[in-house]
Design a binder for this molecule. Structure first.
Ligand SMILES: Nc1ncnc2c1ncn2[C@@H]1O[C@H](COP(=O)(O)OP(=O)(O)OP(=O)(O)O)[C@@H](O)[C@H]1O
Ligand SMILES: [Mg+2]
Length: 385
């Protein structure tokens, strides 16, 4: 579905020597503090979740996406694979995401030109837009449909427009290679690496339909990913420092309590304005207002700089939340009040079950919000747009 699928395929081709017929893999989402696994299987026109698992990673093994303790991480990955729920994993092939902070996603505009010329021009664009040399990154690109209501025609120069819009994605080799190493040593066969926001969008945006632009906000443990998508294409991504951990830290400082207690309160009370005379609401509200302001700034950026070049010229319709933090009591309402825009919780099953109201028996909906990336990666197997 997503244009960036090609990027991961190219990375695979560049890096790995066991290509051959397409093998199905499971989704493996590795963050600083947790590993999430999801495997899907086709079922009556949709899918079913066969295997899933979440395993915590202790502090210090991965810091800001950088692997610090290789052998301990290998053990944790092996353990995570052993402890999955549902059917035992039947494959050691995986599709893995890499930290958003380390990746580059950029839409560039080029004059209409031949495909071979695009391949050359892209190299210049990468040098211009990405702060790394070409030989330091794995990259790929894809022509985005200028008029999205037509059937996507990847890498075919059929647009009637006078210019080409091209989505470029790049991952630094110095980020990819250590993960590749660790996964292989853990006995896995990485089929491809994917930029995290691509997997998130694949999971949450209903495939095959036209959509007004939306902002997806993934409120994770250590960081918050923000992406702006229109239809199935990502136009903007960034990673923000306000996260569950930073909120817990603020709460513990303001209320003079331990961070463990702060987490407990955040999970139980969230943004209830009445609790403890609004003390918790005010403490959490301050950083969350900052988060809302940042979302507002990026929304303005889209409207000012990206929307004018969009064929349908539509404004952002809504904000979609995911990640464990999306479960925080009152967060949707809070952001709705601050941003005066509809805020909804994303549905990670929208492209999995035929009936999107269906819930996975093993994985409750609130927990599934933490599995958005893993599920998006698992769906990559079947992404034949
Ligand atoms: N009901 C809830 N209220 C508030 N916070 C919650 C709730 N449920 C889960 N969380 C928070 O969600 C976080 C976990 O979210 P998630 O699994 O998306 O993070 P992650 O993917 O491991 O982290 P990251 O993406 O930042 O590396 C935890 O910090 C947890 O405190
Ligand atoms: Mg996450």
């Amino acid at each position: 579905m997503l244009s960036l699928r090609e990027i991961t395929r190219r990375v695979e081709i560049t890096m790995l020597d066991f290509l051959g017929p397409k093998t199905e893999g499971f989704g493996l989402d590795i963050n600083d503090l947790s590993i999430k696994i999801a495997q899907l299987k086709r079922k009556m026109g949709g899918f079913t979740l066969t295997t899933f698992g979440r395993h915590e990673i202790k502090d210090g093994l991965i810091e800001e996406g950088e692997i610090k303790k290789e052998s301990e991480l290998i053990d944790v990955i092996k353990e995570a694979i052993k402890r999955t729920q549902g059917e035992p994993l039947k494959t050691n092939c995986c599709i893995t995401s890499l930290p958003e902070t380390e990746s580059f996603v950029q839409v560039v505009t080029l004059p209409l030109m031949k495909k071979e010329e695009v391949a050359e021009a892209i190299k210049w664009e990468i040098e211009a837009h990405i702060p790394l040399a070409l030989n330091e990154v794995y990259y790929d690109w894809q022509i985005i449909e200028a008029a999205p209501d037509k059937k996507p025609a990847a890498k075919e120069l059929t647009q009637p427009s006078s210019h080409l819009k091209i989505l470029i994605g790049a991952l630094p080799k110095k980020t990819v290679d250590p993960y590749l190493n660790v996964l292989k040593k853990a006995g896995l066969k990485p089929l491809s690496f994917e930029i995290e926001c691509v997997a998130i969008a694949r999971a949450l945006i209903k495939k095959g339909a036209l959509h007004k632009p939306i902002v997806i906000v993934d409120v994770g443990a250590r960081r918050t990913n923000l992406l702006i998508c229109c239809d199935q294409t990502i136009y903007f991504t960034t990673s923000l420092l306000i996260s569950n951990l930073s909120l817990e830290k603020t709460l513990s400082e303001k209320l003079d309590i331990t961070q463990i207690k702060a987490k407990e309160i955040k999970m139980k009370v969230g943004l209830d304005p009445k609790h403890r005379d609004g003390k918790i609401f005010r403490a959490l509200g301050e950083p969350l207002k900052e988060l809302a302001a940042k979302i507002g700034n990026y929304t303005d950026f889209y409207h000012d700089h990206i929307l004018p070049e969009q064929p349908r010229g539509e404004r952002i319709e809504k904000i979609m939340l995911c990640g464990g933090g999306a479960n925080m009591l009152g967060l949707s309402e809070f952001l709705n009040t601050e941003l005066k825009m509809p805020v909804q919780i994303g549905n990670p099953w929208i492209n999995i079950f035929n009936n999107p109201e269906e819930a996975s028996p093993g994985l409750p909906f609130d927990e599934s919000l933490s599995f958005v990336t893993a599920l998006g990666l698992a769906l990559e197997n079947y992404d034949q747009a």
